[in-house]
Each structure stands twice: as C-alpha cells, then as structure tokens.
Design a protein around this ligand. Structure first.
Ligand code: FE2
Ligand code: FE2
Length: 199
C-alpha cells in the first residue's frame, strides 16, 4: 500500500533529524565552548512540530489509525493505543525542550532531546516492522484504496511537496553548520588546551 510506504519514507527524514540532533547534543556536551544545539534548537523543534507531528503524526492518527480501528482489521492485538501514548509522550519531551530553551538550561535541553530521540527511534521501528505490516495484512483492498484516497487528499492539503523541500534543505544546512563548528573547534586547539589543563 502506497500510504505506508510513504509514511516509511517520512520516518527516514525524521530519523535523519534525530541523528543530527543527537550529534549536536553530543557536541554541546563535549565542547561547551560552543553550545550549538542551544542556538539551533528552534530549528529542530520547528521540524518536530511541523513535519513529525503536524504532517506525519496527523496522517497516522487521523487516517491510518482510524482504518485500523475498523472491526476485524486487527485480529490478535491492538497496538494503536500504545502508539498514541508514544505520540503524546513525544509531545511532552518537546514541551520540556521548549521550557529548557526558555530557562536557558542546556543540560535539560540535551536530556529531553535524548529522550525524544530514543522514544522516536523505538516508535518508528515498531511502526515499520509491526504496525504497518499489520495494516497491510488486515485491511481489505477496498479499505486500502479508500485510505489511499484520503491520504493523497490530506497530503495535497498539507502541501507535502513544499514541506519536504523545506526540511530537506534545512537538514543539509544543519549538517553543514555542525561540520563547520567542529572544524572551528578543532582548529582553535580547544581540545588540546583541555587535555593540557587536565594534565
Ligand atoms: Fe507514530
Ligand atoms: Fe510514524
């Protein structure tokens, strides 16, 4: 079914941002001279709100999950409540990240970014390997084509082409910025000075 294939492609972009956010956080913890996650946190939060939550989670919750609740589709167990719980848990970690930015608490920001990353990686693994295959097996051909029709309409309404383009570009920019910062720190000899001080 094209809808789940498309949702899995979106997972790949979400995982790219998560990986990048973890590398920013790791850099902040090691090289406190340049807390760049702090400076760029709003970009990650904007991506999470707009792409991961409003665009991706909305399509799962409003379309796919609704079809899975049709009697007879899920025969053994219903993982949808757990998936919804994880979406709301993810939103909680993002709220904590926003509060940490307001309060200028870098450790709280990196801790919540880390928890968000771990949760979403596991969540995406479960959806790709358990939930979406269940949907493939359980939905009738008729339900699949009606789901796909709704999915395409929502995708168009949410302007999927523009949102993909915007966040693919931002991802490249954030990656470049991290590399530049790493080079700057390496050239400044900051790490050497830290080692020297310790000795
Ligand atoms: Fe999900
Ligand atoms: Fe998902």
């Amino acid at each position: 079914m094209l809808a789940t294939e498309d949702l899995m492609k979106e997972h790949q972009l979400i995982l790219k941002y998560i990986d990048l956010m973890e590398r920013y956080a790791e850099f902040d913890l090691k090289d406190l001279i340049a807390p760049i996650l702090f400076e760029n946190a709003n970009c990650f939060i904007q991506f999470i709100h707009e792409f991961a939550d409003h665009f991706h989670h909305a399509k799962e919750e409003d379309i796919l999950f609704r079809y899975l609740e049709i009697p007879g589709v899920l025969t053994h167990c219903n993982p949808v409540p757990q998936m919804l719980f994880e979406h709301s848990k993810a939103r909680e970690f993002v709220r904590n990240m926003e509060n940490a930015i307001q309060a200028k608490k870098i450790n709280e920001l990196t801790a919540n970014a880390g928890q968000y990353a771990r949760l979403l990686k596991e969540h995406i693994y479960k959806e790709d390997n358990i939930l979406y295959p269940m949907a493939e097996r359980g939905l009738s051909d008729e339900a699949k084509s009606s789901l796909l029709k709704e999915y395409i309409e929502t995708d168009n309404r949410l302007n999927s082409h523009a949102i993909w383009l915007k966040y693919e570009i931002l991802c490249i920019e954030l990656e470049q910025q991290l590399n530049v910062q790493k080079e700057t720190v390496a050239k400044s000899g900051y790490e050497t000075r830290v080692i020297h001080k310790k000795g």
